[in-house]
Design a protein around this ligand. Structure first.
Ligand code: 5CA
Ligand code: ZN
Length: 409
């Protein structure tokens, strides 16, 4: 699949700091040391009801990871998937009487437009689940042949007991895992499974549903977790730097994915850090497709809201916090972008060298975007109150805000 066009990232004087970020697996901050090419996999959308503010907030967090790394003069190898075949997508297409491929294509196109408008840097590899199927089948066969997977009425399940590290990503107890598994696409109640938590790797063809040639597995379609594993291993390999997504992906998705990959390769870990963004709510409940309490990026854009303001609204919350989308959040962001634009539109101003370092320090410290915004606010207040004589300063602020925060002033 093609991704979306990259907005330019202005070069800044000096060099950024190494990123320290919260890792779910250790529940602590880790300083990443990615070498000259940093590797990151971010779980992509299931393409229906895209792009809501929850999606946008999560992709904003990982865009910041990329920008911090780019500022350390590294290259970034970024991979993202599109879950373009899965139960919820098929259910939605059936409910609305749409062709599922058309629904997926339309929503993926909308997502690309929203990402472009928000200046989110694109992945180098943007891969659909359907196009990954030829690579998924041999992985499932290998797991089965190694005794890490078993067949149940034609379906193939992964045995969680085959990975000694199972449970280390989310660190949840068995009961919590069971509840979340039932809530998030698993089938712990299905009779005949070796362990209720075992997730499906390959689902035998069902009447009226799309299916593909699965070689020795028979016709069917892939399970959710193995899709991301196949794409990540193909394009990044084991031990990549960051596996990213919203906190609702820690279990079962990232836990199972790590175990699939570890059982396949005998290596550990799948990713060096598992990074999770908080959940955005609306009207007191997590913004979710199933509840339908959604605010869409595209709707705001159609209503004439400046994408820079949408982005600032996202940045005004720490990525790990759960927060609520309200009109006030957007209103404050619109005001802020106005103040910042006025401040950088003057020919000179107070020196901004220290400000650039403050933004760098804030982002390198577990992506503390609110502190970065506060630092820019202080410079803008000084500019308004006293001005300054540094001719390069407003341009430098503009470039830093664009390069590090993805906001075009
Ligand atoms: N296709 C899978 C990942 S392989 C998936 O979870 N798709 S999704 O469309 O449901 O979500 C895409 C990303 O947005 C995921 O990282 C998910 O954790 C995140 N996300 C979904 N809802 C919210 C929300 N309300 N707040 C923050 N992030 C969210
Ligand atoms: Zn995923």
């Amino acid at each position: 699949m093609h991704a979306w066009p990259a907005s330019e990232v202005p070069a800044l004087p000096g060099k950024g700091r190494d990123l320290r970020i919260h890792d779910t697996a250790t529940d602590g901050l880790v300083t990443l040391d990615p070498g000259p090419v940093a590797r990151i996999y971010v779980c992509g959308i299931t393409p229906y009801d895209a792009t809501h503010m929850g999606h946008a907030a999560t992709y904003n967090a990982f865009d910041l990871v990329q920008r911090v790394w780019l500022d350390t003069k590294r290259q970034v190898h970024y991979v993202q998937n599109v879950t373009d075949v899965d139960d919820p997508l098929l259910e939605r297409a059936t409910r609305d009487g749409h062709d599922w491929t058309e629904l997926a294509e339309r929503e993926t196109a909308l997502f690309r437009e929203d990402m472009t408008a928000l200046r989110m840097l694109p992945p180098q590899h943007y891969i659909g689940a359907v196009e990954a199927i030829p690579g998924i089948v041999p992985l499932v066969e290998r797991l089965r042949d190694a005794g890490a997977a078993y067949e149940l009425e034609g379906d193939v399940y992964f045995s969680v007991e085959s990975d000694p590290h199972f449970g280390e990503v989310s660190r949840l107890d068995a009961e919590a895992m069971r509840l979340l598994s039932a809530e998030r696409g698993g089938d712990p109640e299905r009779p005949g499974k070796k362990n209720p938590l075992d997730p499906m790797l390959w689902m035998a063809a069902r009447e009226g549903e799309p299916s593909w040639d699965g070689g020795s597995l028979g016709r069917g379609r892939p399970g959710w977790h193995i899709e991301c594993v196949a794409i990540a291993l193909d394009h990044l390999g084991m031990g990549f730097d960051v596996q990213g997504g919203g906190s609702d992906l820690a279990f079962p998705h990232h836990e199972m994915g790590a175990s699939h990959a570890q059982a396949l390769t005998g290596e550990h870990p799948f990713a060096k850090a598992y990074v999770h963004a908080g959940m955005v709510a609306l009207d007191g409940a997590k913004m979710s497709k199933s509840k339908g309490n959604l605010v869409f990026v595209s709707k705001l854009r159609r209503d004439g809201v400046d994408p820079a303001a949408i982005r600032l609204a996202l940045l005004s919350h720490h990525y790990r916090a759960d927060w609520e989308w309200t009109d006030a959040v957007l209103r404050e962001a619109v005001e802020r972008v106005g103040r910042w634009r006025a401040a950088v539109s003057r020919p000179d101003g107070p020196s901004a060298d220290a400000l650039v370092e403050e933004i760098r320090a804030a982002l390198a410290d577990d992506l503390d975007a609110p502190s970065a915004l506060a630092a820019v606010d202080r410079w803008a207040v000084l500019q308004e109150a006293e001005g300054g004589t540094d001719e390069g300063a407003p341009g430098l602020v503009s470039r830093a805000v664009d390069a590090l925060l993805g906001v075009a002033l």
